[in-house]
Every structure is written in C-alpha cells, then in structure tokens.
Design a protein around this ligand. Structure first.
Ligand code: FAD
Length: 412
C-alpha cells in the first residue's frame, strides 16, 4: 500500500462489502465495489436476518442508517417458538414492546437499503473476480470474468464463503458440518396457509426431534414464510437417495418418509411449499481462523470467518467488520504518516476482528452440532433463554461503545 489516498477495491456487495463502502464514503474516501451478481436484486438473497444491538446495529449507526433500518425492520419478528416433533410447545418468547435488541429485516431489503445509500455507480454489478495477482509493494491486479481488470492499493475480500481473495492470506476452505437442508418458501401465508401462519406467528418456529432432524420456519416480509427442512446428511445426499431436486413430488415423497414420525401438522409442511426446493448445507471455516497480515489485502465477513448460523452472528459480524475496517482506514488517511500507516491500520483491524469473531465462530459451530445431535430425555437439547439473550445484546452494545470512546480518547 503506497499512497495516503489509496485505491480501495471491495470484492463483494453483501452486508460486509456494502457497509464498508458506505462508511468509507460517509467519511469522504473513494471506493469501488465489484460483485458477480448482475444487479442488486438479480437473485433471491435468502431469508430474514436479525440485526443485533451489539454488532449489526453499531455498524448501521456508523453508516448513518439507524433510522432507515428502523423504518424497514420488524421488531415483532423477534418472537420465537420452540416445539418438539410432536408439535408440543417447549418454549415461547414474545418481545416486549420497545424491545429493539435484535429486530428482523429481509436480506433483500437490507441489501437494497445499503446500496441505495451509496453514490450511484459505486457498485459495479456483473463483475465476477476470477484472478487476483500481487504486483509488489502491496498492490494487486484484479481480473474479472468479462475481461476487464483494475489495480488496487487495498483489496478488501468481502466475497463470502467461497472467497476468491482468501487464498492470498490463508489456505483455509469451508468444511461441511454434516447437516443439509432444503429451503422451502410459502407465499401469501395469511390467506393460503393460515395454519402455518399461526404456527410461525410473527417470528420463528424451531422444531426438532431427538435424532438430528429439524424444521426452522421464519416469517419474512410480504406474507412470505421461509422454511429450512434440515437433516444430518452428506453434501451429495440426494444422489445417494436417487432424487432429482427439480422433481418436487419425488422430493416430497422422500421428505414425508424422513419426517414420518413427526406430527401430522408439522409433516404436512413438507408437502405444500410454493416454488422449488432449494438445496443448501451448513459449512464453516476452521475456527478460530487467523493469518499473518499480507500487505494490501484483507478479508471481512464470511470470507474471513464463515460460521454456522446458530447464534445469528454471521451478517452482524460481517457488517461490523465492514464498519470497523472503514473507520480504521479513515483514521489512517486522516493522519498521513509513513506509507506503512495504512497497513498498520489494516493489521490492527485484523487483530480486533480475530478476537471478536473467533469465539463466536467456535460457539456457533458447536451450537449447530448440539441442535442436530441425537438427544435423550436425560440430556435434552434445551431452548436458549431469549429474554436473557436480548439483555446481553444491550449490555454488550453499551460496553462496546464505551470501549470505543475510551480508545478514541486514548488516541487523541
Ligand atoms: C441458512 C442461513 C441462515 C442465516 N441466518 C443468519 C441470521 O439470522 N443472522 C445473521 O447474522 N447471519 C445469518 N446467516 C449468515 C449470513 O447470511 C452471512 O454471514 C452473511 O451474508 C455474510 O455477509 P458477507 O457480506 O460476508 O457475504 P455474502 O452475503 O455471502 O456476500 C458475498 C457477496 O460477494 C459476491 N461474490 C462472491 N464471489 C464473488 C466473485 N468472485 N467476484 C465478485 N463478487 C463475488 C456475491 O455475489 C455476494 O454478493 C445465515 C446463513 C445461512 C446459510
């Protein structure tokens, strides 16, 4: 990295990359984001996300988007019900009025919200990075599938689980966690699937059996419920089962057997989704993952610490990484010293990010294993205490802000 006004290129316009770009622009730094997608809404971005007070919401505040988020978020979506596979309620959580510890927002809505607050043209859609080559002194050349190329002083890999940037800093690759699921969508639930709407309520329904199967259903905006029908299996389970996933009736027949011992009401959910079943699986990078700083390149979000989504930390940490990296760069550029100043800022961000994400990645991966473990009445898989979890988010948010203020006072 050679200049005090560096050319910053972010690869990936997910929550991490867009938040980073927004905070940089807010502080007057130029940045370009490259994404493989053709447009902000060219693919189904997946289900809903809860943005935690101690991470995602801090990043939104850094981005100046707290009010915009509040206008788009669903605090009532924090509700959660846990049932066993017979349908019996094990635990229920209804957020108190004014509980803003972790409101929900649809991913597509969040992506658009962040993109709408960038200068026009900041994101170059339709740019799939295919090669990245070190040029010396921290500079890199990025080559895209459309044949174009660009040189950068700092490359920020925000390109998710299968990052093309990651191999520059680490040879770690995502590992399959032994659980696969089919993503099933239900449309217009209040009129077309009223029993499902009542089961899921305003938020989430978690149901599991004692043998590693689960249904996780979540209310999204616009009358949509998304469901994850999950079971322990190898990544190519459908090949072994002789299934064609494009044949929904064949898949349904398989699922009816897989969930055969579940209550009739819950089992009926596998047979009447709208649209296709989308196969997915849970994967994670080895945790905790760290690397020696490499000049001119870093990672944020899933590219740095892909983890199981049990804890709901992934997008939250991704956004906080983006904001923290941007603020570190802004501080370094505002205090132009030696050329090494920017690299020091990036390696400082990395040290903090490793400390922040490592324990959460480890505990999230363990939470997934426990949720899908074989259990007995003597060792039940107990639901978490969501009210306490929300108090924890708020307490940690206050501590995080205090620590930042203390550091800022120390630096002044
Ligand atoms: C089933 C499931 C449920 C989840 N639930 C939650 C939850 O409730 N709460 C939560 O916080 N997290 C959750 N997560 C995790 C969350 O989705 C991720 O942690 C988050 O999306 C990471 O954001 P990111 O910006 O790092 O990466 P991504 O969102 O993956 O974005 C990466 C971007 O990079 C682009 N890209 C990739 N490769 C290239 C390339 N070669 N060239 C150019 N562009 C490229 C992609 O198009 C994409 O736009 C869940 C994940 C799953 C799988």
């Amino acid at each position: 990295m050679t200049t005090s006004t560096p050319t910053v290129c972010i690869v990936g316009a997910g929550p991490a990359g867009l938040t980073c770009a927004r905070v940089l622009q807010r502080h007057g730094l130029a940045v370009t984001v490259y994404d493989a997608d053709d447009a902000v809404d060219s693919r189904d971005p997946g289900g809903t996300l809860d943005l935690h007070a101690d991470s995602g919401q801090i990043a939104l505040a850094d981005a100046g988007l707290t009010d915009a988020f509040a206008a788009a978020a669903r605090p009532e979506g924090q509700a959660k019900t846990r049932r066993d596979h017979h349908g019996a309620v094990l635990a229920e959580f209804t957020p108190a009025p004014g509980d803003e510890a972790a409101p929900e927002i649809d991913r597509g809505r969040l992506r658009r919200l962040l993109d709408d607050h960038l200068r026009p043209g900041t994101v170059r859609w339709g740019h799939r990075l295919v090669r990245i080559t070190p040029l010396g002194r921290g500079a890199h050349r990025l080559e895209f599938a459309d044949g174009t190329a660009v040189d950068a002083d700092l490359v920020v890999g925000a390109d998710g689980a299968w990052s093309t940037v990651r191999p520059l800093v680490s040879d770690a690759v995502p590992q399959h966690l032994g659980v696969c699921f089919l993503d099933a969508r239900f449309d217009d639930v209040d009129t077309r699937h009223p029993d499902l709407a009542a089961l899921v309520g305003a938020g989430h329904l978690f149901a599991n059996d004692n043998d590693g199967r689960a249904m996780i259903l979540q209310r999204n905006g616009n009358g949509v419920v998304r469901g994850y029908l999950a079971f322990r299996a190898a990544p190519d389970w459908q090949v072994a089962a002789g299934l064609d996933l494009a044949d929904p009736e064949g898949v349904r027949a398989h699922l009816v057997k897989e969930f055969g011992h579940w209550s009739a009401q819950l089992r009926s959910l596998v047979t009447r989704n709208d649209g296709d079943f989308v196969p997915r699986s849970f994967r994670a990078l080895p945790a905790p993952l760290t690397w020696e700083h490499v000049p001119g390149v870093t990672l944020i979000g899933d590219a740095a610490h892909l983890m199981a989504p049990f804890g709901g930390h992934g997008a939250n940490l991704a956004m906080l990484d983006g904001a923290e990296l941007a603020l570190a760069l802004v501080a370094a550029v505002a205090d132009p010293g030696t050329a090494a100043g920017l690299d020091r800022a990036v390696s400082g961000y990395e040290a903090d990010m490793f400390a922040r994400s490592g324990p959460l990645a480890t505990s999230s991966n363990e939470a997934l294993r426990q949720f899908f473990a074989t259990t007995t009445p003597d060792a039940p898989n107990l639901p978490p205490d969501h009210a306490q979890e929300h108090r924890n988010y708020l307490a940690r948010a206050a501590a995080y802000r205090e620590e930042r203020a203390r550091r800022a006072a120390g630096a002044a």
